[in-house]
Design a protein around this ligand. Structure first.
Ligand code: F6P
Length: 348
């Protein structure tokens, strides 16, 4: 009988954190250990741990009790091993390869967003067996219908909007709430719809501030003397102030109506994942372990029409999943009187 060496895999979480990372680590690790008899290690602080050989052996018991925890037990960072700024940076890719081989790894699972997938693709090109798992509250990773973290952020943002309604109504104010999303307006669009926002401004649709004001004035004339404006942080605005402050100041100076701003910030990225995010992250994780067992490398796990698939990492890097201006939800919202700030282009 020949000796059978069990596979040894590494896991890392990179980029901004989000709810569901631990559920994904657990999904990969438990499936790898229980179903495939693999050994698992976790690198600390994203790609930094891979460069510095900073890792921890993960047994099945390390992976118990983490499903519901926010953040990541491995820690994360925005370290980019292929960004050469300081002297010696160009040695990092070689160091990674050396560490990967020294640690006897057969595969590396990189859990992250767009930047992480881009790096994962570079590592695959260097000969490392890589699998990517897409996460981000922004939901802007190309190639998959949804990333985990999005549903949790959506729940937090929606609850915030719900709470703003009552205070907006009591004081007859315009409440502006800013949610995350530098390039993509998914959180603003979905939370705006789920929370009954009156105006939703996203980076993908060019707004016109006079159009926004006209909508607010129409509401006042129609006996609705308060409004909720949901804005994504990435809408066009002067960078020295927040998007919410810019819109709030413009509305009060054009209309004379009292405004207040709320910038939700990192609250959206913290805390326990929703059940949907726990399930999505678990499905992604378990599928990633299966991909390793099958030797399906250089790919990112994805979900399309609720089926798990893989997409080549080479196709993912450098692209973004943005909200199309004719997204069905936008079209439906418009028919219900929701403004996207672009209705009265003639107002200039
Ligand atoms: O995770 C995505 C995101 O939340 C963006 O929407 C946000 O602008 C960015 O990360 C900020 O992250 P950090 O301050 O951690 O770099």
């Amino acid at each position: 009988m020949g000796t059978h060496k069990s596979k040894r895999i590494g896991i890392l979480t990179a980029g901004g954190d989000c709810p569901g990372l631990n559920a994904a680590i657990r999904g990969v690790g438990k499936t790898a250990i229980v179903d495939y008899g693999m050994e698992v290690i976790g690198f600390r602080a994203g790609y930094a741990g891979l460069i510095e050989k900073d890792y921890v052996e993960l047994s099945e018991s390390h992976l118990s009790g983490i499903l519901t925890l926010g953040g990541t037990i491995l820690g994360t960072s925005r370290v980019k091993p292929f960004k050469f700024v300081n002297e010696g940076d160009d040695e990092k890719p070689e160091l990674i390869k050396q560490n990967y081989h020294d640690l006897n790894l057969d595969a590396l699972v990189c859990i992250g967003g767009n930047g992480t997938m881009k790096t994962a693709d570079r590592l695959a090109a260097e000969g490392i067996n890589v699998i990517g798992i897409p996460k981000t509250i922004d939901n802007d990773v190309w190639g998959t219908d949804v990333t985990f973290g999005f549903d949790s952020a959506l729940q937090i943002a929606t609850e915030a909007i719900d709470r703003l309604h009552t205070t907006a109504n009591s004081h007859q104010r315009v409440m502006i709430i800013e949610v995350m999303g530098h390039h993509a307006g998914w959180i603003a669009l979905y939370a705006g719809m789920a929370g009954g926002g009156d105006i939703v401004l996203i980076p993908e649709v060019d707004y016109n501030i006079r159009s926004v004001c006209k909508k607010i004035e129409e509401r006042y004339e129609g006996n609705k003397p308060y409004s909720i404006v949901v804005v994504a942080e990435g809408i066009n605005h002067p960078k020295k102030i927040s998007a919410a402050a810019h819109i709030g100041e413009a509305i009060s100076s054009y209309t004379g109506i009292e405004t207040r701003e709320t910038v939700l910030g990192y609250v959206q990225r913290g805390g326990s994942p929703t059940p949907m995010d726990r399930i999505l992250a678990t499905r992604y994780g378990a599928f990633a372990a299966q991909c390793i067992a099958e030797g399906n490398f250089g790919t990112m796990v994805a979900i399309r029409n609720n089926y798990l698939e893989t997409v080549p990492l080479a196709d993912v890097g450098g692209k973004l999943s943005l909200v199309e201006p004719d997204n069905p939800l936008i079209l439906k919202a418009r028919k219900m009187g929701v403004s996207f700030g672009d209705e009265y282009q003639e107002l200039g």
